[in-house]
Design a protein around this ligand. Sequence first.
Ligand SMILES: Cc1cc2nc3c(=O)[nH]c(=O)nc-3n(C[C@H](O)[C@H](O)[C@H](O)COP(=O)(O)OP(=O)(O)OC[C@H]3O[C@@H](n4cnc5c(N)ncnc54)[C@H](O)[C@@H]3O)c2cc1C
Length: 305
Amino acid sequence: MSFLAELQRHFRGELRENEPLAPRTSVKAGGAADLFARPADAGDLRVLLAAAADAEVPVTVLGGGANTLVSDEGVAGVVVKLPAWSGEAQVDEAGGTFVFGSGEPITKIPGAMKKHGLVGAEFLAGIPGTIGGACAMNAGTKNGETVRVVQAVEIASPEGARWWARDELVWRYRSCELPAGAVVTRLEVRLRRPAGEAELAASREAMEADLAYRKRTQPLHLPNSGSVFQNPPGDFAGRLIEACGLKGLRQGGAQIAEGHANWIVNLGGARAADVSFLIEKARAEVRERFGVELTPEVKRIGRWS
Ligand SMILES: Cc1cc2nc3c(=O)[nH]c(=O)nc-3n(C[C@H](O)[C@H](O)[C@H](O)COP(=O)(O)OP(=O)(O)OC[C@H]3O[C@@H](n4cnc5c(N)ncnc54)[C@H](O)[C@@H]3O)c2cc1C
């Protein structure tokens, strides 16, 4: 029996063959998933992971697609996208502990923070994507990273799901080392009560300032994946790419953004190969001119030759 037929016997969620993924990414480029699955609940995810492991079918997790470039040739195996299972909140004197489903938007964290008069997650306010993606990417800004507010991570694998304490996982700049084949299903987040009104006001101002800064400096009017490269230690990828004279460089429908050299925008009809070409071009020029090896922050998934 085929993997799909076997899966259809027990899986209750949504299954689609040849599902286009471009609309599910922020850069709006790339091909289709051979099979796209949205589990109905945690049990359904277990069914999917176990069936995929048995059939040796690769599993790729997609969150909000805000940091993902899908190959034009599509993605083999199954692409799983978790629904927005809603979380729980427990608020006490010292702060609040929140459990969020990983398919929920990142903005739910600063949203809960504001709602309960807490502080600590200001840096997440302007970051698009899902809570699972924020965990996997250790998303953040110069003002903080996701790990700072995480207490525990629930991870599902073909063997089942369990909670991992934050310090059982290895967190780095823009990454969290997850066990192979792991899917983050829930995140326990701890936010604290401000010392007083002044700290609460400063927290609100920090979020507004961050959002205003993004509007001013980022080409948000065109599809993109945010920063393409991690910043190398002590420098900025955008500065190095700009110094190579690459700002505004076009390939097909993709362009190294005029306003921010560490961003690649889709001017319309860009292929993933166009975006990938510009990534490699910037990387090669920066290597040659400055001897610096830029590490892509954007995750390329699927069939890349
Ligand atoms: C306009 C814009 C601004 C941005 N600004 C920032 C910023 O300031 N700081 C920053 O850090 N990032 C920024 N980003 C990038 C992006 O928002 C973050 O990386 C975000 O965390 C991606 O979340 P996502 O759900 O979209 O992840 P996706 O792009 O869907 O996935 C990213 C990676 O996480 C993995 N993943 C996703 N969900 C799970 C899960 N449940 N379990 C296991 N693995 C999973 C995927 O397999 C993939 O490897 C920006 C992007 C855009 C478009």
